[in-house]
Design a protein around this ligand. Structure first.
Ligand code: FE2
Length: 274
């Protein structure tokens, strides 16, 4: 596994998450969505007020917030579709603040896995529950996760849990095998009250149909990504959702950059995986 990870920049471990654990996460995620009032979040997840949207996003690093699909709201701020079908994702600290996600995210198997892949002192900075809705689940452009988690030396690993089958029809991940050996192209930084993307390198992104590989996996699979591995996911045009849960882990032995958008305070530190 270590050799494959070093060569390819990713590994897939089938049957990592039991059907019971998948069902428990799904149930809990839908409860969180159910308890959210979309009227109070519409202003923050649409383009009308950029400052409010930035604040809603930045504060989500230390709490649990719902993010709806871009076109989920009409001009009056009302949802066009039922809440469970309009939600895009939940983030970004449920692994610390929600008991069900906390239980799932702290697991001796994950701790051993990440240490095997070279992380000395795993620290979980971020969790996301991604819904990738039928018909409207949006594209996620090519990016590298280290864009959001700069450490010196580089250390971020992504744990991507397939809670449902993921294939080309419902918007599975696409990766560039070996692409983690390339440079970090962009970094996303906090700048005062706002955030922005900085271009670091002009190496082109991979393209679907030439050098990119679809990671079609069964429900229960765990995909581990190196932080420099370019990846992408297509829109979901199918009638089936593609739920996934992700954790982003960095090495506490590395220096965590002060300009990263997600910062933890001393009274809410990033915990390990056990
Ligand atoms: Fe990503």
């Amino acid at each position: 596994m270590r050799e494959r990870f070093a060569n390819d920049g990713f590994v897939v471990i089938d049957d990592f998450v039991s059907p019971e654990a998948r069902a428990a996460l799904r149930t809990r995620a839908l409860e969180i969505v159910d308890a959210t009032d979309p009227a109070t979040t519409s202003v923050f997840t649409t383009r009308r007020d950029a400052a409010a949207r930035d604040a809603y996003f930045r504060e989500s690093g230390s709490t649990i917030r719902c993010f709806f699909e871009e076109d989920a709201f009409d001009e009056r701020g009302s949802l066009r579709a039922p809440k469970p079908l309009a939600i895009n994702k939940i983030g970004h600290a449920m692994h610390d603040l929600d008991p069900a996600f906390d239980r799932f995210s702290h697991d001796a198997r994950l701790d051993a896995l990440v240490r095997d892949l070279g992380i000395v002192d795993p620290r979980v900075y971020q969790s996301m529950y991604i819904f990738k809705q039928p018909h409207i689940g949006g594209e996620v452009h090519w990016h590298q996760d280290a864009t959001f988690f700069v450490t010196e030396p580089h250390s971020v690993r992504t744990l991507w849990f397939a809670l449902e089958d993921a294939n080309r029809d419902n918007g599975c991940l696409w990766v560039l095998p070996g692409g983690h050996r390339g440079p970090l192209r962009e970094r996303f930084v906090a700048d005062g009250e706002t955030t922005r993307m900085e271009r670091l390198d002009h190496t082109p992104w991979p393209t679907v149909g030439t050098d990119a590989l679809p990671l079609e996996v069964r429900a229960g699979a765990l995909v581990v990504l190196h932080g420099h591995l370019p990846h992408y996911s297509a829109p979901n045009r199918s009638a089936r959702s593609r739920h996934a849960y992700t954790l982003h882990v960095v090495d506490g032995a590395a220096h965590y950059d002060a300009r990263n958008w997600l910062q933890r305070s001393a009274d809410f530190p990033a915990r390990g995986l056990r």
